[in-house]
Design a protein around this ligand. Structure first.
Ligand code: ACO
Ligand code: ZN
Length: 438
């Protein structure tokens, strides 16, 4: 009895902001986690936890048997606002009590307004196809996020179904609130409209004429195509794409306007159409020479080389534009892995090629490497440093590619089958600065 009482009181003390070891997923590991939220579900208390030092995609609802209440740490003292922003990775303050449901709903609706979302399904529950948000473009947002409140820290969509695939979301995305109570949200795989049932999707498909993304097909080689979509001309598609992408992108914030962006959607073609594999967005005008704003490969297609194919395509566009580019920061953990791998392979390919042709005395400057690849100087230098190929020798810097690196490179290129073929790119860059309006 005493033990039970003790547990009940500890459970009461386990509030938002507390930290304690939690058994992660189906593993036997008990990493330290922070309680983000609490709820009563089927007469049981459940806790939404974030595992400290792990990516937020692993956040989950857990029952109390997975909490090590004996090691409960009280919430840390809130830092003054001016300080908390500076501490990278620090979590915004969390309320020290559960948010009552009506407030949650209200916050969500306020949020929708803020995002300019026209949520017809709110007004007309018989509406099968919820209207797309009026606005919304995914842009990175460095450091702290003004919208990173408790609601947006909790995954809200259980599952999506798109074409042949079901995908479990990694993060919050502001889909209409009444759709988020459904076990599955169904997406038209071509226009990305979202509906609440398979029947509604079938009805939609009988009217929807698309079998590929809208916009211009600017690249095709074998089954891979790229479509360029103007965020102003194809607003509904661009907004639906942003909503979908947000499910798998954490450090991106939904902004109002898709107009300033172009979206490059990569598809894989079969007899049923052009199926979306991934995309990247790009500002029409970037004062900082960003060539990618957001990049995503949908989970069923990840770890097959498509991420690097998208990255290669983004640099190919930069080459056509005659300038070096770089992705907007911050990069996610997976984004950094992919970029690091792309930069490494691209630079090693050139250095090894030169060594083969001209021997170990081959000459190349950092600027030449930038020109050949359209990779920005800082990224070239950091990659070469990371590879430990820059050495200071007899008063000058020399690049030395070891046999080990050559072997490693040969191995990784054997894995990478598909490459972008510049001959298949039919595209002329537009000078957006000369246009009155995007
Ligand atoms: N674990 C370990 N390594 C990984 C993982 C993983 N889960 N995923 C990719 N990698 C590595 C691969 O091993 C590969 O390296 P290698 O060729 O040296 O072996 C490299 O990363 C690229 O792999 P790809 O198969 O080409 O990448 P993928 O198709 O999986 O796409 C992407 C990468 C786009 C980052 C994908 O993981 C994704 O969409 N993630 C969610 C969204 C995201 O984080 N986007 C980047 C945000 S940053 C920005 O938008 C500017
Ligand atoms: Zn459709």
């Amino acid at each position: 009895m005493a033990v039970e009482l003790n547990e009940a009181s500890l459970l009461r003390k386990a509030i938002e902001g507390c930290r304690l070891p939690v058994r992660m997923g189906d593993t036997d590991e008990w990493p330290l986690a922070e309680i983000i939220s609490k709820r009563e579900h089927a007469a049981r208390k459940e806790f939404y936890v974030h595992y400290i030092d792990y990516n937020k995609r692993l956040d989950e609802w857990v029952t109390s048997d997975r909490l090590n209440l004996g090691k409960l740490q009280p919430p840390m003292k809130k830092e003054p606002k001016s300080l908390s922003g500076a501490a990278k990775g620090s979590r915004p303050s969390t309320p020290d009590r559960e948010i009552p449901v009506p407030l949650k709903k209200q916050m969500s609706q306020n949020r929708k307004r803020k995002l300019g979302m026209l949520d017809k399904a709110d007004d007309d529950s018989s509406q099968e196809v919820a209207a797309p948000p009026q606005t919304g473009s995914l842009r990175p947002h460095g450091g702290d996020k003004c919208s990173d409140d408790v609601v947006t820290r909790i995954k809200n969509v259980h599952m999506i179904e798109m074409g042949q695939y079901r995908m479990k979301p990694w993060y919050f995305s502001p889909y209409p609130i009444e759709l988020t109570t459904e076990p599955v949200i169904y997406l038209c795989e071509f226009c990305l409209k979202y509906v609440r049932s398979r029947k509604s999707l079938e009805r939609h498909r009988s009217k929807c004429t698309l079998f590929h993304p809208p916009g211009n097909e600017i690249y095709r080689k074998e089954s891979i195509s790229f479509f360029e979509i103007d965020g102003r001309k194809n607003k509904a598609f661009a907004q639906n794409l942003c909503l979908l992408a947000k499910l798998f992108l954490d450090h991106k914030t939904l902004y109002y306007d898709t107009d300033p962006f172009l979206f490059y959607v990569m598809t894989s073609q079969d007899s049923r159409g052009f199926h979306i594999v991934g995309y990247f967005s790009k500002e029409k005008e970037s004062t900082e020479d960003y060539n990618v704003a957001c990049i995503l490969v949908l989970p069923p297609f990840q770890r097959k080389g498509y991420g690097k194919l998208l990255i290669e395509f983004s640099y190919e566009l930069s080459k056509f534009e005659g300038k070096a580019g770089h992705p907007e920061k911050p990069l996610s953990d997976l984004g950094l892995l992919s970029y690091r791998s792309y930069w490494t392979q691209t630079l090693l390919e050139i250095l090894i090629g030169l060594k083969r042709e001209e021997g170990s005395q081959a000459m190349v400057t950092i600027n030449e490497l930038c020109e050949m690849t359209s990779i920005r100087k800082e990224d070239v230098v950091s990659t070469l440093q990371h590879l430990n190929v820059i050495h200071y020798y007899k008063g000058q810097y020399v690049l030395h590619v070891s046999d080990e690196l050559v072997e490693g490179h040969a191995k990784s290129t054997r894995k990478k089958k598909t490459r972008i073929d510049p001959k298949c790119l039919h595209w002329t860059p537009k000078d957006w600065t000369k246009r009155g309006k995007w």
